[in-house]
Design a binder for this molecule. Structure first.
Ligand code: SF4
Length: 458
């Protein structure tokens, strides 16, 4: 259902999201549930009756940001004593009820398997606060079937892309990662549920879906293999048959799940976009082993070769961590060399930051000084930028297909869309172009963003 008509008499909610696409998706579900309960989306925190922060725990910095924000929000009580304040998501899950003491005046703490309980808890907290007897509610237990509660959407007019959550949690336990603690064990949704959700979205004008999961290509790994195909491949095949759907994407896969059946989907399933975001994290086998990633640099390269043989036009991006405890110059050199050889189209480089509760904090390796982490970070960013600029020149003049999503974030008078390789393209177009699949000719590029000339559009 597109965003329902709202009026000022309804209680309002302001939802701020930190972190990843999965958090964005959970926030959308929470907002939809509250709208179904008669709440309207507040334009700003100042006018809201309920303020919820959906938090991230991937780094301590992310948690500190949300905590600082909540300290500032408490000041709103001077003007609006009835305002309900709550934490949702990963930090709420990790810190739980202890947040009541850390953050006096807090009403709610709701973990990653209880998003479906938010409307009820918000109502209780609001009635208590309006009745002058504020209380505190913390819901962070695990709940069977919670993965199937993230299934509704809040679509805006002319929206053509949507995220679809297919699984929650992760059983990989990489040494540096807090996700298994905050998101719990791996739980995959039923395939029929996901296909029905996507069919419903297509019925509302959505043309592209991105399937979400912490290790999305290991979706349904306890479901039966059929004709040699994993559950994830079976799901992709079913979605590929959906009339009206033009594009399928997925994030974030794990190299351990890049088997021949999935690699073979590129080129075979016409709606599967030619883009793969495949986190490598390091190019050093010694560090990969300590991280518990479950593959070697050579195995990663082999996957990339197979993908490129199957789909030469693939857009390849990755995640890399620099400064893992004990990372030597030689380890870093192995990472730099792998990135050069694989020649990624783009990547996210993270400086290692210790997460309490992860195995890596118990690592004996010598901590890498922040200055060295920063140098290594900059060196890899420079490598990516140089490669991107070099490849960009070869794209100028090419005709590419884009799905026009809407105004460009940096310049509202321009429109933006993405190629099947997930590269943003900006052009001067009109309202009639929104939501369209267009063939455009690239006229310029910064390396990571391409520009197209409108005169070539029609
Ligand atoms: S696979 Fe990803 S989400 Fe899972 S533990 Fe490793 S880094 Fe974290």
């Amino acid at each position: 259902m597109r965003t329902p008509r709202e009026n000022k008499d309804q209680p309002s909610v302001y939802l701020k999201t930190y972190g990843c696409q999965m958090n964005e998706r959970d926030s959308e579900q929470v907002l939809r549930q509250l709208q179904d309960r008669g709440y309207r989306a507040a334009g700003s925190e100042k006018e809201a009756d309920v303020i919820l922060l959906n938090t991230c725990s991937v780094r301590d910095l992310a948690e500190q940001k949300a905590l600082r924000k909540m300290v500032n929000l408490r000041a709103l009580r001077k003007k609006n004593p009835g305002v309900v304040l709550g934490f949702l998501g990963c930090m709420a899950q990790r810190r739980g009820g202890a947040l009541e003491k850390e953050m006096t005046g807090l009403d709610l703490v709701v973990g990653t398997q209880k998003f479906h309980r938010v409307p009820e808890l918000v109502e209780q907290a609001r009635q208590a606060r309006l009745g002058g007897r504020p209380g505190f509610w913390a819901e962070v237990a695990e709940e069977e079937g919670s993965e199937s509660t993230i299934r509704e959407h809040v679509l805006t007019p002319r929206q053509v892309t949507a995220f679809v959550s297919v699984m929650q949690g992760c059983d990989m336990h990489c040494s540096f990662c807090i996700v298994p603690t905050t998101r719990g064990q791996e739980r995959s949704r039923l395939m029929a549920e996901i296909v029905a959700e996507v069919r419903g979205l297509v019925g509302q004008g959505i043309r592209e879906v991105t399937l979400l999961g912490q290790i999305v290509n290991l979706y349904g790994r306890r479901m039966p293999i059929r004709e040699g195909k994993s559950a994830f491949v079976q799901l992709l095949e079913q979605l590929n048959q959906l009339e009206g759907l033009d594009r399928i994407r997925f994030t974030s896969p794990h190299p351990r799940g890049m088997k021949a059946d999935l690699i073979g989907c590129y080129g075979r399933l016409e709606k599967l976009c030619e883009h793969l975001h495949l986190p490598v994290q390091s190019g050093s086998d010694r560090i990969l082993k300590q991280m518990g990633r479950g593959y070697t640099a050579e195995q990663y390269r082999r996957i990339v070769d197979q993908v490129r043989q199957t789909c030469p036009e693939i857009g390849l991006t990755t995640d890399v961590i620099v400064g893992y405890p004990g990372e030597t110059e030689a380890d870093f050199e192995a990472t730099r060399k792998l990135m050069e050889e694989v020649d990624f189209d783009n990547g996210f480089i993270f400086r290692y930051s210790p997460r309490e509760g992860t195995r890596a904090t118990k690592e004996t390796g010598t901590p890498v000084p922040e200055k060295v982490k920063e140098e290594r970070n900059q060196e890899l960013l420079l490598l990516l930028t140089r490669r991107a600029e070099a490849k960009a020149q070869k794209r100028v003049g090419n005709l590419v297909e884009i799905l026009v999503e809407g105004p460009s974030k940096t310049n509202q008078s321009r429109l933006t869309g993405r190629t099947r390789q997930n590269r943003p393209v900006v052009f001067e177009g009109g309202e009639r172009h929104r939501g369209q699949l267009l063939q455009v000719r690239i006229t310029a590029s910064t390396g990571f963003t391409d520009y197209a000339d409108p005169s070539i559009l029609d």
